[in-house]
Design a protein around this ligand. Structure first.
Ligand code: ADP
Ligand code: 2DT
Ligand code: MG
Length: 210
């Protein structure tokens, strides 16, 4: 039996990193993160380094070029994800293709264009969207120096995530209220995963195939 592939998505400061770590412990899962790996110092592949330099505003790139680098960063991790899941180990992943779409759409790129490079990646069994208003998120500590950490950008990202939610097959996108305490959110995330059916086949479905 293959492992479960669980993705956690949300705005900056929604609590993704906190909950990925909690959920990975609860499920005895491997925790991974896009871009790069946990923590930030591990944006270590050649592509990860280019993404990191862009995010910390040390380099400029065309919006489409950086979009494709984020996608390529997932493709270079694909075999590792598949091997891990096929060995029976669960994976909990902090951001995935949905962040790719949401952040690039927020910059004005078209939804269909943004989706295309990630078509065919391993499809998560479920994506948990940690839902928090932009105002609440910004109260969790001032935004830092990284690109995208502003109220105006986060508002557009939130709208783009709402569009993705409408486009997702039934049961694949579960919204969790991220405004509750860390323990309450953790319990809800765990209950979402425990209520999933066991994977019906050993292989993973392709993302955005239909
Ligand atoms: P993300 O990875 O989504 O940016 P983090 O997990 O890093 O979010 O959390 C952002 C900040 O909010 C951290 O200071 C964290 O301690 C705090 N935090 C996380 N979850 C909660 C919560 N449920 N309630 C209040 N504060 C939280
Ligand atoms: P964190 O490392 O704090 O999660 O921030 N992003 C992420 C994109 O624009 N496209 C993507 O495909 C992904 C995975 C969101 C990473 C920043 O990178 C953005 C915030
Ligand atoms: Mg984080």
């Amino acid at each position: 039996m293959r492992g479960l592939f669980v993705v956690v998505e949300g705005l900056d400061r929604a609590g993704k990193s906190t909950q990925v770590s909690r959920l990975a412990s609860a499920l005895d899962a491997k925790a991974i993160k896009f871009p790069g790996n946990i923590p930030r110092e591990d944006r270590t592949t050649a592509i990860g380094k280019m993404i990191d330099s862009y995010l910390v505003q040390q380099s400029e790139l065309d919006d489409r070029a950086i979009h494709l680098l984020f996608s390529a960063n997932r493709w270079e991790a694909r075999q590792g994800i598949v091997t891990c899941l096929e060995s029976g180990k669960n994976i909990v992943c902090d951001r995935y293709a949905f962040s790719g779409i949401a952040y690039s759409c927020a910059k004005g790129l078209s939804y269909q264009w943004c989706k295309a490079p990630d078509v065919g990646l391993p499809e998560p069994d479920v994506t948990i969207f940690l839902d928090l208003s932009v105002e609440e998120a910004s109260r969790r500590g001032g935004y830092g120096e990284e690109r995208y950490e502003s109220v105006s950008m986060q508002s557009k990202v939130r709208e783009a995530f709402a569009q993705i939610r409408k486009d997702m097959p039934q049961g694949k996108w579960v919204v969790v209220d991220a405004g509750k305490s860390v323990d309450e959110v953790a319990a809800e995330c765990e209950s979402v995963v425990r209520s999933l059916a066991k994977p019906s086949s050993a292989s993973l479905a392709p993302l955005f195939a239909q």
